[in-house]
Design a protein around this ligand. Structure first.
Ligand code: NAD
Length: 349
């Protein structure tokens, strides 16, 4: 990794923008990792960080992930990501979100945003009042747009099925035990698809009300968030926040498959090797969770309708298969294989 500014996660990012608007209390970072394939595209996260350095790390890592994700999904987009630094009460006002929209507009289309954790379709509408460089907007009459979450969930579900086929030789999730970390937008969709196919669900969220509601809806069982990764399950599906696969959590995993929608699941590259050494099949996060950005891209670039979105999402399992096959042939872990493929595509091979 290239770290000329001394930040461990700085990877030759093309630009970093620190945004302040005193009138509304807005503090944000817009990170543009690569515009090699098109405008730097990636959602905005609204989150309360322990300190500013954590926010910067998140923006740097997430934007690089978007470059890789967009390239691997074959989209005409580069990679970027924004984080808005929330206060301890997570106070978010329309004026603050509008000021953020103005900041995006000042970048002249080099950065395009959409929803991420903590940002809603309504927030995207507020941003759209200030700039045209935004997607994830509500649509009517079968057009492409809206919340990317359900599209991400579909891709993750199909990716889980591909992993189950490869690691367990099964064509269906029926009777299999899926441990879901998170009960939000992505996890909710994955849970509904998996329950409809007959999977048994364990669900954990730091927001106990959310976990209980999703469990009630899908016939699942609520599990303490500290236990979810180490459950005796067929699949562990991280669908909350990143950096949860570490030396400690990997040593405690009992499931043969890790496949979920959260971004940046591996704390370090070494953790990809640790999973491989334990014989656990890992679905690289930015490949399996590309469904949302596929929908965003199709909305923003306007190159097709819902049918094309579905076809592009249905291509995710084959992409994972390619990575796993290359991993088996080369002996490198799947995350390293995916990184090498993505770097080649963004001209940094
Ligand atoms: P969300 O805010 O709807 O849900 C996230 C949930 O995770 C929340 O309910 C939160 O309480 C819970 N959570 C946080 N920390 C937790 C912990 N330690 N243990 C258990 N639960 C915890 O967000 P989302 O849109 O579902 O996104 C989830 C993940 O998927 C994020 O990493 C996001 O970056 C990634 N992702 C989302 C999309 C999308 O389309 N929404 C696309 C690609 C990737």
């Amino acid at each position: 990794m290239n770290t000329p500014w001394g930040y461990p996660d700085f990877d030759a990012h093309e630009a970093l923008h620190f945004v302040t608007d005193e009138a509304t209390g807005l503090r944000a970072i817009i990170a543009m990792h690569s515009t090699h394939l098109g405008p730097a595209a990636g959602g905005t996260r609204f989150w309360h960080y322990a300190d500013d350095a954590d926010a910067l790390t998140d923006a740097l890592r997430l934007s690089r992930g978007m470059s890789y994700k967009n390239a691997m999904a074959g989209l005409p987009l580069g990679g970027g990501k924004a984080v808005i630094l929330a206060d301890g009460n997570r106070t978010k006002t329309d004026a603050m979100v509008a000021a953020f929209g103005k900041a995006i507009d000042r970048l002249g289309g080099n950065y395009v945003t959409a929803e991420d954790v903590g940002m809603s379709v309504k927030d995207m509408m507020t941003i759209a009042g200030q700039t045209k460089y935004v997607a994830g907007l509500p649509v009517e009459g079968g057009a492409v747009g809206g919340d990317p979450g359900p599209h991400t969930s579909l891709g993750v579900f199909l990716g889980i099925k591909a992993a189950v086929k490869r690691a367990l030789g099964k064509d269906s999730l029926s009777g299999l035990h899926l441990a879901l970390q998170g009960a939000g937008s992505v996890a909710g969709g994955v849970a509904r698809h998996a329950a409809a196919e007959g999977a048994r669900l364990s669900i954990a969220d730091v927001d106990a009300t959310r976990a209980a509601a999703l469990a009630a809806e899908t016939g699942g069982t609520v599990v303490d968030p500290t236990d979810i990764l180490g459950l005796e399950a067929d699949v562990v599906s991280p669908c909350a926040l990143g950096a949860i696969l570490t030396e400690e959590t990997i040593a405690a995993l009992k499931a043969p498959i890790v496949a979920g929608g959260a971004n940046n699941q591996l704390k370090t590259q070494e953790d990809g090797r640790r999973l491989q050494a334990r014989g656990i099949l890992y679905a690289p996060d930015y490949v399996i969770n590309a469904g949302g950005i596929i929908n965003v891209s199709t909305e923003y670039v306007r190159d097709g309708g819902p049918e094309l979105v579905r076809q592009r999402i249905e291509a995710i399992p084959a992409r994972l298969e390619n990575i796993w096959a290359e991993s088996a042939a080369s002996g490198r872990d799947p995350a390293a294989v995916a990184d090498a493929m993505a770097q080649q595509l963004i001209g940094r091979g």
